[in-house]
Each structure stands twice: as C-alpha cells, then as structure tokens.
Design a binder for this molecule. Sequence first.
Ligand code: KIV
Ligand code: NA
Length: 290
Amino acid sequence: ATKVSALSLASKKRKGRKISMVTAYDYPSAVHCARAEIDIILVGDSVAMVELGYDTTQPVTVDQMIHHCQSVKRGVEQSNANTTPLLVGDMPFGSYEFEDTDVALRNAYKFVKEAGVDAVKMEGGSPARARTAKMVVDGGVAVMGHIGLTPQAISVIGGFRAQGRTASRARALLDDAMRLQDAGAFSVVLECVPANVAEAITETLEIPTIGIGAGGYTSGQVLVYHDMLGMLSHPHHEQFMPKFCKQYAEVGHAIQSGLQEFKADVESGTFPSDKYSPYVMTEKERMAFD
Ligand code: KIV
Ligand code: NA
C-alpha cells in the first residue's frame, strides 16, 4: 500500500489536488476511513465530546488519547486498504503548554512509541507555541498546527465561535500560521475562520492548510466522523450540528432502527428463527438426552 506522508501532502498542495482528513477514534472508524482512502486520519481530542460525552475537549488525558490511537492504528494496519493514511494524534489540553520544560516532547514521544502515530497536532500559534512545535519537530516528531478556533482554549475564547473576523485578527492569524511553518510544522488546521482569510493564509504558506468551517480555498478539508455521518442523530433528538458540517449519512438512524427491531423481534419471539438456531445434536445423542 502506498503511504501518505508529509511529502506527498506537500506535493498534493503544489499540484492543486485537495487533501481529505477525517477523525477516527477506534478500530471500526479507522477501518472505514482507511478503506475510503482518506488521506489523513486524526485521532482528535474531539473524542472527549463525541465518544466520552464531555461538554468540552479539556478533560481527555494523554493516556486516554493513546488508548484510542492504538485501536485506530490497528484499524489502519488491518484495513487491507490500497493506501495507508497519515495517522495524526491530537495532543490534549495540558500536555504541551508548559514552557521551558520538555513535557511536550516527552508526550509527543509517547504518542509515537506507544501508539505508532506519524505526527501529533497541537493548538495555537503564539511565539511560545511555535517554540514548542519547533522543539517537538527538532526531536523528530512531525507536527501539525491548529489555529483559528482552538477548542482547548474554550474558557479563554468564551465559546465555539468564528475567529479572525477583523482585519487585525486576520493578520494575527496569518502571523500564527507563518510562525508554525517556520517552526517546521508540515501542515496547519484552520478552524472557523472566514473563507477569504483561510485563502490568504493558504496562498502565503508553502505547507498545506486543512480547513474546517474555513471555506473552500484551503488545501484540504477535515470533518469530525460522528458529525459528518450523523452518528448521534436520532429520530427524536437531532444532534447538535455545526453550521459548516455537511451530513453524509444517517448512521445514528440506522443504529436506532436496528436496535428497536431487535427488541421487537426478541419480545415477539421472531428472533431467533430456525435460521439463527444453528447448533444441533445428532439424532442418536438427542435420543440419549431426551
Ligand atoms: O479534535 C478534532 O476533531 C480536531 C479537528 C476538528 C481538526 O481537532
Ligand atoms: Na482537536
């Protein structure tokens, strides 16, 4: 299988070919993403919200992230897909922000050694964050940046809302992006920024940009698995769906109707029919038993 790499992604940007990225959190979602030949699989810290049921991404720990990365890695390896996606692990809140220490690098090594990820992702583009990114890259771990809406900073930002909507904030975002590129990041996620700002950043940078809620001019697009597939949608309780997310399937509805049908079949005795009662004794053993 051909392997997606930082180099092949850079080449895609140069050739004007778009990059696809989707989150995955476990074995089945990884198998599905790999078989669809998605370029990049992100084990996002959005796992905290869509898999673990928290209100924010803040509670998830490094060890929990690694546990999810390990099952995703097995899914990628066992998927029998034609291409092997680039596997990115999201560094969680509190695992890379300390300055003047090697916490970030140690945690990045954990993702590589314990889960076999190809790269880690970190939020923020301040000078301090760029220094951290550089330290991790210098240590030999590829880094994806993430600017614009950075959900780990929810208590500072005040809510999940668009970023970079004034000229000065848009310029600040461009500075952040440049700093991350200079630090050695191989790509940067732009979350919830105006399309023209994402376009300007994409044109200025050499490295590919991956947008989410950032319009159509980025080098690629990323969506959260559960959102894009309608995983949590339910006939009587529509999941919260971000404005920018297109829903490509109604997996939640399929799961609900399957479960409801099973319950009805059990209660009516329709399941299991003879077809699903496969184990039989020989006539002789049965006579001896009866
Ligand atoms: O955790 C996540 O799902 C992400 C993507 C939205 C980029 O960081
Ligand atoms: Na994330």
